[in-house]
Design a protein around this ligand. Structure first.
Ligand code: ACO
Length: 380
């Protein structure tokens, strides 16, 4: 093994890939900050759109700036009829993340100027993406059920309007508030796989719609954003609190990963999981408990007992599925909902990348052979 091989870090674990002032994670203490502000504080006091402004523009907006940002997003929520028509042709059996990736990329067909040196182009891209992505997710959901998508409602805020477009009825104010907090919690998380993917794509100076489409594709995998969907399927397979221990014992024996647990950075419980768990309880107190919560608590207890020493604790995906289920969101939309929120973080990193861009071009350690002669096909 060469010296270079010793330095190779699979998954780039611990290798800094950028300098960033967008967010900060302390994985030992369980701290997450956006632009220096603790996530607990933002979850309590801010809104998703205000937090998006903070992430993307680097500071909290004043009253006028926030109103104008919210107003612009509100007036850009409708998707172009050609995109809607294109989405109608998607197979209803297709995964909503694939539908979202394709639709986000399609936005680039309409706004592909790539005027990356224009602050106005950047501002419009931010608005279009934040405003259109939720409408696309809701539209695909209705269309795959054979219904026409419904128009956004101007009297509803960002979170309430999404739940309205999805469920075709105005949400309860607590449900809308909880959903807004979920979006805030998922808006950004340093250089994870999808954000890194967004940065690599951004570094080629392609358009922001391609950047977001690339990040959506990366978020879709079960080791990243797709885990919350698998958590619900695990809860359903387990079925009762009594089945938790035998089910997990089998996972421990076979070294199968338990979905919603473990994190490359957090070695304690993810602070977002703690907040989400509180939200689950708030929702259940108002709308009724479901047995999955008891099962989830038991899973957390057993996994902590067995894997706590390895730093394996609930991550953001463990409780988010329970919240989304209670809000009437189907499980295969959990990851698209994650994407709705994470667009804010991806855009912040896109903008930061442009401010000090150098194309990503890492190196590799070649492990193949040299000087091999070509063998003609009849001699192989
Ligand atoms: N279940 C069981 N054991 C686990 C889990 C888990 N979910 N996560 C980590 N471990 C164990 C590993 O087996 C390993 O044990 P070992 O040292 O005895 O081999 C040790 O903890 C370290 O784990 P790694 O897999 O090396 O951690 P890595 O940083 O590479 O992976 C990841 C992190 C991908 C999140 C992993 O924990 C995982 O697969 N979790 C399940 C999927 C999941 O919930 N993903 C969502 C993450 S949050 C997000 O992306 C939004």
């Amino acid at each position: 093994m060469s010296v270079a091989c010793v330095e190779f870090k699979p998954g780039l674990e611990g290798v800094p890939a950028t300098q960033s002032s967008i967010s900060y994670v302390d994985g030992q203490k369980g701290i997450l900050e956006y632009r220096g502000i603790n996530i607990e504080e933002l979850a309590k006091k801010s809104s998703f759109l205000e937090t998006s402004y903070l992430l993307i523009w680097g500071r909290l907006p004043d009253k006028e700036e926030l109103e104008s940002f919210e107003d612009e997003i509100l007036h850009n929520r409708r998707i172009k009829y050609r995109i809607r028509d294109m989405m109608k042709c998607f197979p209803e059996t297709g995964h909503p993340m694939d539908a979202l990736q394709t639709s986000a990329a399609a936005l680039g067909l309409f706004y592909s100027r790539r005027a990356l040196d224009s602050q106005e182009y950047i501002r419009i891209a931010v608005v279009k993406l934040l405003a259109n992505i939720p409408t696309m997710v809701a539209a695909f959901e209705l269309m795959r059920k054979g219904n026409d998508p419904i128009k956004p409602r101007d009297d509803l805020d960002y979170a309430a309007n999404f739940l309205y477009m999805l469920n075709e009825r105005e949400p309860d104010p607590l449900a809308a508030k909880v959903f807004d907090v979920c979006l805030t919690l998922h808006a950004e998380h340093t250089i994870n796989a999808s954000t890194f993917s967004a940065m690599v794509t951004a570094s080629t100076l392609t358009d922001p719609y391609g950047v977001i489409a690339s990040a959506v594709g990366t978020l879709a995998g079960p080791l990243h954003g797709g885990a919350n969907e698998d958590v619900i399927s695990m809860l359903s397979k387990i079925g009762t609190v009594e089945n938790v221990r035998p089910y997990l014992e089998k996972c421990f024996e076979t070294k199968a990963k338990i979905m919603g647990f473990g994190h490359r950075v957090y070695k304690v419980k993810d602070p977002r999981a703690t907040i989400l768990q509180r939200l689950v309880v708030e929702l259940f107190e108002k709308f009724g408990y479901d047995k999955y919560y008891e099962i989830a608590l038991e899973i957390e207890k057993v996994v902590e007992e067995k894997l706590g020493h390895k730093g394996v604790y609930p991550n953001v995906d463990f409780y988010s599925g329970l919240v989304y289920r209670k809000l009437g969101i189907p499980s295969d939309l959990f990851t698209p909902v994650f994407a709705i929120a994470r667009v804010a973080g991806w855009l912040a990193h896109w903008k930061e990348q442009l401010e000090a861009n150098r194309i990503f071009r890492p190196t590799q350690i070649y492990s193949g052979e040299h000087n091999i002669n070509y063998t003609p096909i009849h001699e192989r």
